[in-house]
Write a protein that binds this ligand. Structure first.
Ligand code: FAD
Ligand code: SF4
Length: 472
């Protein structure tokens, strides 16, 4: 039988039904479809797909197992370099990474690598197979700050190497953005907890409700006998637009809005989380965060949801699948549109936003064409809720309370590219805390690299139980 030029379709909930619930949108392949899709892989000798993966998953090798229906072996192959396959199979921007490099994509559609990864991981979870490798509770102690993808990956890698690893997390639940940011309909929380349970089974200790820099400092961790520390504290500090009316009631940062909905379960009737469920909502921004906020607003009862984005669809940073899903669900895209002022009523509640139309000029420093205001194109949209999703930066708490950590002008921790080590010996960092808001897989790659460097550092400095100044 001729091999299809298209990747096997992913079954999804119907758009009109799914926009009224928080259940997962994409339903996953059946075993039969997974094997069929795997057979599209050409097992290329030069493995371009692997070069496109930030954690170098052995893609042709895991797909070869899938062709034979050997799903657990496929999962274990992915797991060699990827600590959270079920998460990555769902949220990685495969179109610009592995699938963007797949040779099948030259004349047709690339192999559905992400969908196959998700299938292998879900299969593993449903069979409850135990994990390989275990930490040694009496081994050297290593600390990880932050239980997001970078911290969890680093912790898993260190546990496999036999370290006694403790992860310190500020929130009451581990997972970072995976639990407080990305909504249930894109990444069910049971998937994240199952991945975290795997780490716990490997002996990783996770202490929640501990804010490093407040409850305890990094220096105190060294005093407690930790030999090295990884900082994976993310970039959860919201950026605002700095325009008039931004402090009106009804204007949220996307972080606050999504945290109330996801982590604090505002969408479930049995939870009492206060959140204003507006009917006419404008989300400012064009990334994954903006799409998640817009689609969440629809699900909590908004009748009209706009995305206000100052460039065109082509420049939009969100994953194309999320843009498509949002549009199918009825989100209205106001492109080349920039808000200039929020308008309030006499009681201080938001009632509208004044926008201006933009046109695209020459490329700016980001390589994308610079948006330029079109004079006289102002117009007003009636809205009762605005959600600002234009970026985040790292929280300054850790750098302010830890001596000797250098940061760049955006407040991101600077590290050695090779090892992830900061300007202070024994302290490593990675993920959004270093790069600014980026992706799950890049955060995981950084956690993995730092774990290897921490292992070398601890081996070379056995006996060192405290900070010993700057890197030579
Ligand atoms: P985080 O996930 O932010 O985790 C950091 C953790 O550190 C948090 O749990 C935080 O509470 C904790 N912490 C912070 N300060 C302290 C402290 N002082 N003490 C103790 N703990 C602390 N990426 C994708 O690849 N695909 C997507 O589809 C996608 N969608 C996204 C949607 C949303 C809404 C958001 C916000 C981001 C999205 N991203 C996506 C980006 C991705 O989630 C991040 O790049 C990734 O989570 C970064 O991982 P991290 O471990 O560096 O940080
Ligand atoms: Fe298979 Fe595509 Fe990778 Fe080639 S590039 S090995 S076809 S997944």
């Amino acid at each position: 039988m001729a091999v299809s030029m298209k990747k096997a379709g992913m079954p999804v909930q119907d758009a009109q039904i799914r926009k009224t619930n928080f259940n997962e949108v994409a339903l996953g392949y059946s075993a039969e479809t997974a094997v069929e899709e795997a057979k599209r892989c050409l097992n290329c000798k030069n493995r371009p797909c692997v070069a496109g993966c930030p954690v170098s998953v052995k893609i042709p090798e895991f797909i070869a197992y899938m062709k034979d229906g050997r799903f657990e072996e496929a999962y274990q192959t992915i797991r060699e370099t990827n600590a959270l396959p079920a998460v990555c199979g769902r949220v990685c921007p495969q179109e610009s990474q592995c699938e963007g490099k797949c040779v099948r994509g030259i004349k047709g559609e690339p192999v559905g690598i992400g969908r196959l990864e998700r299938f292998a991981a879900d299969c593993h979870m449903s069979n409850a197979v135990s994990e390989n490798g275990h930490s040694d509770p009496d081994g050297p102690k290593a600390a990880v700050v932050g239980a997001g993808p970078s911290g969890l990956t680093c912790a898993g890698e260190l546990a496999r190497k036999g370290y006694a690893v403790t992860v310190f997390e500020a929130l009451h639940k581990p997972g970072g953005v995976l639990v407080y940011g990305i909504p249930e309909f894109r990444l069910p929380k049971k998937i994240v907890s199952a991945e975290i349970d795997n780490l716990k089974k490997m002996g990783v200790k996770i202490e929640t409700d501990i804010v490093i820099g407040k409850t305890i400092t990094v220096d105190e961790l060294f005093e407690q006998g930790f030999k090295a520390v990884f900082i994976g504290s993310g970039a959860g500090f919201p950026t605002f637009l700095g325009i008039k009316g931004e402090n009106l009631n009804g204007v949220y940062s996307a972080n606050e809005y999504l945290t109330r909905i996801n982590l604090m379960k505002a969408y479930q009737a049995e939870y009492e989380t206060p959140i204003f469920k507006g009917k006419r909502v404008a989300v400012v921004g064009g990334g994954n965060v903006a799409m998640d906020a817009a689609r969440s607003a629809l699900r909590v009862g908004a009748e009209t949801v706009y995305i206000l984005y100052r460039r065109s669809l082509k420049e939009m940073p969100a994953r194309s699948e999320e843009v498509e899903h949002a549009s199918e669900e009825g989100v209205q895209f106001q492109l080349l549109t920039n808000p200039v002022r929020f308008i309030g009523d006499e009681k201080g509640w938001l009632k509208g936003v004044e926008c201006v139309k933009m046109e695209l000029g020459e490329p700016d420093a980001s390589g994308r064409r610079r948006p330029i205001e079109q004079k006289g194109s102002e117009f007003v949209l009636d809205i009762d809720t605005a959600i600002i999703a234009v970026g985040t930066s790292p929280n300054p708490l850790i750098r302010k309370t830890t001596r000797g950590i250098d940061v760049n002008r955006h407040g991101c921790i600077t590290v050695s590219e090779e090892s992830g080590e900061t300007s202070r010996q024994g302290i490593f960092a990675g993920g959004d805390a270093v790069t600014g808001a980026a992706t799950v897989i890049l955060a995981m790659g950084a956690g993995r690299k730092a774990a290897a460097a921490m292992d070398r550092y601890i081996q070379n400095n056995s006996g060192v139980c405290g900070p010993s100044g700057g890197r030579a």
